[in-house]
Design a protein around this ligand. Sequence first.
Ligand code: ACO
Length: 328
Amino acid sequence: MPITTSPSVPHARLLSIGGARGSRVVTNDEMCQMIESSDEWITQRTGIKERRWATEDEDATTLGVAAARKAIARSGLAPEEIDAVLVSTISHFQQTPSQASIIAEQLGLPSPAAFDISAACAGFCYGVGLAEGMVRAGQARHVLVIGVEVLSRYTDMSDRSTAFLFSDGAGATIVGPSETPGIGPVVWGSDPSQSQVITIDDWREDRGGEPPYIHMEGRQVFKWATTFIATQAREALDRAGVAPEELDVFIPHQANNRITDSMLRHLKLPSDVVVSRDIVGMGNSSAASVPLAMEALLESGEASSGQTALIIGFGAGLVFAGQTVILP
Ligand code: ACO
């Protein structure tokens, strides 16, 4: 007996973008009161001058909701037109309910599909890849994708290998149907042999009241990012049929300006391609970094709607995902 399948649509695109940053600005000088370091070292090694942390009354829910409200308002959609909510995060404190369900409730969405994705700093690009497939396959018409982190709450502020890097924020987009191609094929994967390179402590361990902390083999991630990830970024361009000289904007995960520089050398992008350096004022906000960087470029006028952009995320797992998109 044949069964009916979902009617598919030809293309999907990003309809809008919205972001929210932790309200507290933390300079390198303030950071250096907690760790033995210097503004000079942090700036030279990463590009970071300051980062944003959540205040006491901010968390993954408030930041995620604020970013989502902006994205919904900018899309012109009514909340009830959102069929699915995907939240990428590694900083949700509860195993269940999902962060997506909590945010959906706060947004007053009636009955969306709702689930979380754990793909660390690649999480937003994983979400866009999934949402694009869902929309084209007719499984959902409008998918709200949110990347949100409050990694300051998982950071050991005396650990000078991680404390200065991470930040808190959320970025959201809505993926919906389109007459023209708006999201290229996702290039994604993982290196399971490096699963222990970035970890957050096991909740079951007794740490005397301390929360689970993030740990990272920075040099190992750096090496992987500057060698393997650059080739994957090129693949995301190639698979979308976009030559480097046709690209307008490059938005890599904001992990380290030296990683971005290395990718630029590998990709041989023309000098007029706009490259995000959002890390300078934001640090590494993991799943939120790509959408926050995208929003910042659009708001400043450095990039504009309709331009072609390459986005790529990489991080704990180790995992990566990237695609070529048309900016909303
Ligand atoms: N201040 C001053 N000196 C420092 C600091 C600090 N905060 N931290 C380390 N050092 C010292 C080290 O002790 C070392 O000294 P030594 O040479 O005498 O031994 C020296 O500086 C160099 O240390 P490295 O660890 O090699 O520093 P590196 O240049 O690699 O920079 C960093 C560290 C910024 C973490 C870099 O490795 C990096 O960006 N890695 C990638 C991070 C990343 O992309 N993560 C992915 C996403 S995270 C996620 O998924 C949640």
